[in-house]
Design a protein around this ligand. Structure first.
Ligand SMILES: Cc1cc2nc3c(=O)[nH]c(=O)nc-3n(C[C@H](O)[C@H](O)[C@H](O)COP(=O)(O)O)c2cc1C
Length: 198
């Protein structure tokens, strides 16, 4: 059975434009995989822990003994890694907030970045340990940044995903969503691009 992992990160939940565009992709995917399973991970609703000394100790060790809090964080990280590894395809709804990813996405990446688990360093440099698979990034933006030289979001996300092994990344840019008539055209184009994926 095929699995599609849907990562949500809009502070507006299912009302967010990124989540709504992701739903278009999910509907298409379900038509192609009627017996498939969609696994939803809402990073905002689930309160992903922010990186601090407790989190880093949980993930990397360094304390004389792991407390219950450390164990809970490690278990959370293990679950997130396992579901990402198990997915056949991934769609990430990626709002553009203050020039970059929602902080919850950064925290999610911090929980995924585990030496020996999701990446390792070799004589030839870092190697990702997650098997490659299609990842669809749906970035929704009030303004327009793509190919302007000031889009720090997608290069960062692609760098991180590639580092853990995920290089097969397609990006849907829905831009100008706060720019009147441009928004309508941008959403129509984004939906058309998404419809062509499956
Ligand atoms: C807190 C916040 C910060 C934002 N920062 C930016 C920004 O830096 N540049 C931009 O073009 N749009 C910005 N926007 C607009 C969002 O990118 C836009 O509303 C997008 O559709 C959000 O996706 P969502 O609806 O899935 O949450 C911001 C919106 C919010 C709520």
């Amino acid at each position: 059975m095929k699995t599609l992992l849907h990562i949500k990160s809009s502070i507006f939940g299912s009302e967010g434009q990124s989540a709504q565009l992701a739903e278009t992709l999910i509907s298409q995917w379900k038509l192609k995989h009627p017996a498939g399973e969609v696994v939803e991970r809402d990073l905002v609703a689930e309160n992903i822990p922010h990186m601090d000394q407790t989190v880093v100790t949980a993930l990397r060790g360094g304390a004389a003994e792991h407390t219950a809090e450390h164990q809970a964080i490690l278990q959370r990280s293990d679950e997130l890694v396992a579901e990402l590894k198990a997915a056949d395809e991934v769609v990430i709804g990626l709002p553009f907030y203050n020039f970059n990813v929602p902080s919850q996405v950064k925290s999610y990446f911090d929980l995924l970045a585990r030496a020996g688990v999701t990446f390792s360093y070799t004589e030839n440099g870092p190697v990702g340990l997650i098997d490659d698979k299609p990842v669809y990034l749906i970035t929704t933006r009030g303004g327009i940044y793509h190919e302007t030289g000031i889009d720090f979001q997608i290069p960062f996300v692609k760098q991180f995903l590639g580092f853990i092994g995920l290089k097969n990344v397609e990006v849907v840019y829905a831009e100008g969503l706060a720019m009147g008539e441009i928004a309508e055209k941008a959403l129509a184009e984004a939906n058309a691009q998404i419809a062509a994926f499956h």
